[in-house]
Design a protein around this ligand. Sequence first.
Ligand SMILES: [Zn+2]
Length: 385
Amino acid sequence: MSHEAVAARGQAGPGRRDAAPVLHVRGRVLLGDDGETDALWVVGGRVTFTPPRGRRSADVVTLDGWALPGLVDLHCHIGLGPDGPVDRATAHAQARTDRDAGTLLVRDAGSPSDTRWIDEHADLPRVIRAGRHLARPRRYLRGYGRELGAVGELPAAVAEEARRGDGWVKVVADWIDRDLGTDADLTPLWPDDVLAAAVAVAHDAGARVTAHTFATEALPGLLAAGVDCLEHGTGLTREMVDEVARRGVPVVPTLVQVANFAGFAELAGDRFPRYAERMRRMHERRYEHVREMHEAGVRLLLGSDAGGTIAHGRLPDEAAEVARAGVPAADVVAAASWRAREFLGVPGLQEGAPADLVVYPADPREDVRVLAAPDAVVLRGRVVA
Ligand SMILES: [Zn+2]
């Protein structure tokens, strides 16, 4: 499915029949890196910059503040809980929690549940799916990904997940190999030639590939294969950072998740000292690493890694972490909103676009902590939170 279709879809669903009210959003409306204006209107669920005529003011709901295109979580697992797939009621609650935090567009980073039903719910965020994330037995969290018996199965599995998803496929590229005993460490799951074949298959199918990487070792193969996005990216060396910047491959640093690395190291303890040491080092360097990537010109995008062990609704916390790393607040806001939309091919606040926006009581470009408490969340033209 094209991203246009993803954006257009989901107009049906509960409450479709009663007309959405006209909204007047005023104050500062942030449109993108080069633009802002002082007002927009929402008519029939869509954005317009022309004031509607002949409306009685009683029919218009006014929202004052700083408005921006709905936030985007690039790394979110709706339908995944601590023990694997969750039921519909739980996935529904996850999606609502993300929405109430201002996330109106999610690129899922792999889910063991079929969440296609979410598209029928006008009150839930739009989801661009990556099918099931691809891993190997004993080389990822059990029950989370689709485990392939042989490495050579990856290209065919990528083709299947590309058909299942909405233009993205997620590959787990490295994980601890416990079979190495006391030498256990992060190692790649797939040989480079298999990765190259897998990425080529995805591209032929019109899909993009993102990859989970903690370690350095899987990265040369992924970059050579032409991977389209990197999750976590904690193992990027200085040279790789420059290459990623040059190629425009976005990195989703998931600092809320990387904050857990010290705990992972603790758990691994004396049994897996090499792994523990590496995780500890990456944890210590996390802010410096993200700041270096930003300064090198890497396109950073935001992902909460919610689902599994991380709670939903934490994208504002991720924004705060990226700002804490030293990325200017204005860049963090852009990354969380219009730059991510642009990357995914989903419109922001343009004339005629679906009205997905968030209104804040202050300018989040001055202080990203403002993102934690929106005054209003508008999805498909309706105030939903
Ligand atoms: Zn994840």
